[in-house]
Ligand binder design. Sequence first.
Ligand code: ATP
Length: 259
Amino acid sequence: MYLEKEITKSRAATPSRSSDNLLSIKKITKNFGAISAVSDFSMDIKKGEIHCLIGPNGAGKTTVFKMITGVYPPTYGKIYLKGKDITTMNTSKRMKLGMSIKMQVPGVYSELTLRENIRIAAQNFVKEKDIEKEIDRLIDVVGIRNLGNPLVKNMSHGQQQWLEIAMALAAKPDLLLLDEPAAGLGPDETEFTAKLVLDLNAKGMTILFIEHDMNFVKRIAKDVTVMHNGKFFAEGSLDEILSNKEVAEIYLGKEAQAC
Ligand code: ATP
């Protein structure tokens, strides 16, 4: 594991981007007036990784996601996707280049059916003649065929989360961002989501997710980055992070009890 002081040197010595980094975040800062939500934060995500970003409330995780997806421009710093500088690129161009996100609150159309929602997500990426086949493919990728075709407002919170993952996959991303995929889920739904994410990763999808549910993190994460007070704090394998007392006691607070 690397703590901040140790990693600062290695970052300074290696400013170039490694070719196997799908996503590379270099010293990004986001200031909102006098508030510094994220400060000098760096992180690399390699192809094929399943990487979790954790930290206590207000650590800056969501702000980092918003800078990755183009919702906020960084005040300082650079972001690269597949080696291309996307720092000032708009969100839809980033999506076309190969990233997709499932937000924490499902961005689904509740008055429409499951299939109609996936159609809306898929229609930008396949021709009309192929769209029913593509909807079927996406339903099978996330494993929700057994649900049939309900109105979304009649689906459970977990089912809506899986639907939104299907919609995010319509863009055929190389990098899938998940913002708290286990939030608000019961144990069975959490396990379904864990299996789904592991299955996507086994098929080659690179995944970066934010999560507070440490049981879910333990179930699926291989690499973990820890933020605190808007800054990088630590990085390492799941085992390294879970066994680090500073991370557990100081930075995870009460979630550490579950570790
Ligand atoms: P949580 O786990 O609670 O979602 P987080 O780690 O995602 O927290 P952020 O939501 O990124 O943290 O917030 C980081 C800090 O930046 C917080 O102090 C927050 O109040 C502040 N912040 C975030 N967005 C804004 C904004 N638009 N304007 C001002 N301050 C903001």
